[in-house]
Design a binder for this molecule. Structure first.
Ligand SMILES: Nc1ncnc2c1ncn2[C@@H]1O[C@H](COP(=O)(O)OP(=O)(O)OP(=O)(O)O)[C@@H](O)[C@H]1O
Ligand SMILES: [Mg+2]
Length: 504
């Protein structure tokens, strides 16, 4: 029996009326990979935040082994104590400072500034050593704001490893990675566990949970409802544990496409990097149609999404939305033309975390008469609108007057869905819409997109999840190096090869 490195004992935490964790106990062994599962809002992040000292539990204790392997009580509510005890956490949302380099981000806070300057070379050497061992590659010298999501994620992990973490907590580490990147990441993690690292990771992707964990623990409504060895688990059993029942499959009917709702003609975008570049693309989306854009991240999806949402102005080409040409694209012009947007990074682009749930639900139409009158926001109308939408779209959490940053990841996405679908947009841009969502919530997004399609909307679905595209799209276009290629094929492998640029 390998030695224990961590023991959570009867942890409870409530936020007002929400019981986020209720008497949760959990142990972790040396070299073990434990997957922590549960629906959106089940309390996974809260539990890990107590381990890391971000939240003070209402009840319970935590023991961590010291370097000699003796279990010692952890001082609760102190991130510094958790760090010193060898606990590293990579958060669900990025925490890096965007204007400074990865190197500075990684070393920031772990050494006094003066020492930092003196030991820069040593720091860099240590990081390069970790990169070598782990394979977690990222540019170290340019500002983090210019890195791709995948690179940022690797920098977050490097930062934890740089601080000599013995227990590494990863909150949805692969939500932003391609399947290939995710597999590589887990292979690296497995290699590190051979050197004694213990890992807890949170994920909604059962495939990777089954492939890479040793043990599985499941939370439901804040309570630990099950724990089992991965070798004894299968998808159905876990799904049942998580939701108490199996999730229904989304069914999709054939439908004849209508008139075009979006046309891009020879659109080019010149960007700083590949992900921000489009090379003279033509694209048409019709009413009653879901167009899937498949591709490995960083191949121009970002530029395409920005064009459709009015955030990037093409250097060449024309954009038509429904009947009108958009000569001066701005986000407002696109919304007015009938575009609804589910952004890729819901935290950075989807919501304003400090504003209330209710305010976020109307944020894209602050000029509306229902929302304001003579420049004053109509609080009552905004709140009753929010209550109605929260009910209809099942947005759960601390209530519509709470700041939206307090919602769990899945509930933030439901908030955005409510905002977008409420106005029956003619064109919906869905950029990685189910990233980080549990099965139930992901199925809900699929159902809503199909509903919109039935109603007559056209949908551009950008996703790295090929299964999602195969399940929802009427037509599939592969994006690679800023260029689009339509494919008749709905064959997984063939499209995968096209994404990798290995077949025309
Ligand atoms: N600081 C907070 N204040 C109020 N409520 C909170 C706070 N943090 C979390 N909650 C609530 O506690 C519950 C558990 O949230 P938590 O973030 O732990 O869920 P999760 O399992 O990580 O979900 P997801 O898979 O969506 O990330 C949710 O209902 C959430 O709204
Ligand atoms: Mg979470």
């Amino acid at each position: 029996m390998p030695e224990q490195v961590l023991s959570l004992n009867g942890l409870s935490k409530r936020f007002g009326s929400v019981v986020a964790n209720d008497d949760v106990s959990l142990t972790l062994r040396r070299g073990e990979v434990l997957a922590l599962l549960g629906e959106n809002g089940a309390g996974k992040t809260t539990l890990m935040n107590m381990l890391f000292g971000h939240y003070l539990p209402d009840a319970g204790t935590i023991d961590v082994s010291d370097e000699a392997g003796r279990m010692r009580p952890l001082q609760l509510g102190h991130p510094q104590a958790a760090l010193a005890a060898g606990i590293g956490m990579v958060h669900q949302h990025f925490t890096l400072a965007e204007n400074i380099s990865a190197l500075d981000n990684i070393t920031l806070g772990s050494e006094p500034l003066l020492a930092l300057r003196r030991d820069r070379k040593a720091a860099r050497a240590k990081i390069e050593g970790i990169i070598e061992k782990s394979g977690l590659k990222a540019p170290l010298s340019i500002p983090v704001g210019r890195l791709s999501v995948g690179e940022r994620q690797r920098v977050e992990i490097l930062k934890a490893l740089y601080r000599d973490a013995r227990v590494l907590v990863l909150d949805e580490p692969t939500a932003v990675l391609t399947p290939q990147e995710a597999d590589t990441l887990f292979e690296n993690i497995k290699a590190m566990t051979n050197e004694g690292l213990s890992v807890i990771f949170i994920s909604h992707k059962l495939r990777e949970v089954l492939a890479f964990s040793d043990r599985i623990a499941v939370l439901r409504h804040g309570v630990k409802v099950g724990e089992l060895e991965t070798s004894a688990a299968d998808e159905k059993a876990i799904a049942r544990m998580m939701v108490g029942a199996e999730t229904p499959k989304v069914s999709r009917e054939r439908m004849a496409a209508g008139a075009p709702v979006m046309q891009l003609k020879g659109v080019s975008v010149v960007g700083r990097s590949k992900r921000d570049t489009l090379q003279c693309v033509d694209l048409e989306v019709r009413a009653h149609e879901i167009l899937g854009i498949a591709g490995i991240s960083g191949n121009g999806q970002n530029a395409l999404a920005q064009v459709i949402s009015g955030l990037a102005v093409p250097t060449a080409g024309a954009i038509h939305i429904v009947d009108s040409e958009i000569s001066k694209p701005t986000p407002q012009a696109m919304v007015s033309a009938g575009v609804g947007r589910i952004p890729e990074d819901r935290h950075r682009e989807g919501i304003v975390g400090a504003m209330t749930v209710a305010e976020n639900m109307v944020i894209e139409r602050l000029g509306d008469m229902q929302v304001q009158s003579r420049g004053l926001l109509r609080r009552d109308a905004i709140q009753s609108n929010a209550k109605k939408l929260a009910k209809e779209y099942d947005v759960r959490g601390p209530g519509v007057t709470a700041p939206s940053r307090l919602l769990s990841g899945g509930n933030i996405q439901k908030l955005i869905l409510a905002r977008v679908f409420e106005h029956a947009p003619k064109l919906i841009l869905a950029n990685q819409p189910t990233r980080g969502l549990d099965m139930g919530a992901a199925a809900e997004v699929g159902r809503r997109l199909l509903e919109a399609r039935e109603r007559g909307a056209g949908v551009v679905l950008i996703s790295e999840d090929l299964d999602e595209i195969l399940g929802l799209a009427d037509r599939i276009v592969v994006i690679r190096d800023g260029q689009l290629t339509e494919t008749e094929s709905h064959d997984r492998e063939r499209i995968g090869l096209m994404m990798a640029g290995e077949a025309a």
